[in-house]
Write a protein of this length. Structure first.
Lengths: 112, 111
């Protein structure tokens, strides 16, 4: 089944403790991206990647890192999480940047 | 400044009627525009994509129009059903690799 898989689905952590949210797709898609969704602010793009080893900042990249060492994986790294990074995170992939995007199930992150 | 705006107020309609949702944008020149459906706590699901050289696109009960002069897209659901109740998001590319989403419009279809 074609899908984007994120892990974990839920995470509660403390300020400053490094964490990684994994994202994997099995559709051989070139384009992958990370979004955060907050009430009243909608979906905002954090980082995107057009291909392996190519990543670019989205609209809200501060406090986040990504890597794209393999085509299928695009982990999101929070080196030193802060409470303002409490949010619902989505990973997405598409064949190209201007084709339909497939979204993961979401990761609800709480930083205390 | 660049903006993409959808009706922030929820849209409530009766079953069987046509729902029309609006997406307006300023200071973008998108090559295409997409519409997604999102249910609470779940990831958006792709519905339709329309390109700048297309005026209208249809898929079953869904219809999307794209007017680059008015800088507006309309999304229609005909013969609406309670199962169509969800939040609908429009998204456009900024021709720089980014996909920008509107905040979404919540649709509620009453039986």
């Amino acid at each position: 089944e074609a899908q984007v898989t994120q892990n974990p689905r839920y995470l509660i952590t403390v300020t400053g403790k490094k964490l990684t949210v994994t994202c994997s797709q099995n559709m051989n898609h070139e384009y992958m991206s990370w979004y955060r969704q907050d009430p009243g602010l909608g979906l905002r793009q954090i980082y995107y990647s057009m291909n392996v080893e190519v990543t670019d900042k989205g609209d809200v990249p501060e406090g986040y890192k990504v890597s794209r060492k393999e085509k299928r994986n695009f982990p999101l790294i929070l080196e030193s999480p802060s409470p303002n990074q409490t949010s619902l995170y989505f990973c997405a992939s598409s064949f190209l940047r201007n084709t339909e995007a497939f979204f993961g199930q979401g990761t609800r992150l709480t930083v205390v | 400044s660049q903006k993409i705006e959808q009706n922030s107020e929820a849209l409530n309609i009766q079953e069987g009627k046509t729902a029309t949702l609006t997406c307006n944008y300023t200071n973008y020149s998108p090559a295409y525009l997409q519409w997604y459906r999102q249910d609470p706590g779940r990831g958006p699901v792709f519905l339709l994509l329309i390109r700048e050289n297309e005026k209208e696109k249809r898929k079953e009960r869904l219809k999307v129009t794209f007017d680059t002069t008015l800088k507006q897209s309309l999304f229609h659901i005909t013969a609406s059903q309670p199962a169509d109740s969800a939040t609908y998001l429009c998204a456009l590319d900024n021709q720089g690799g980014k996909l920008i989403f509107g905040q979404g419009t919540e649709l509620s279809v009453k039986p």
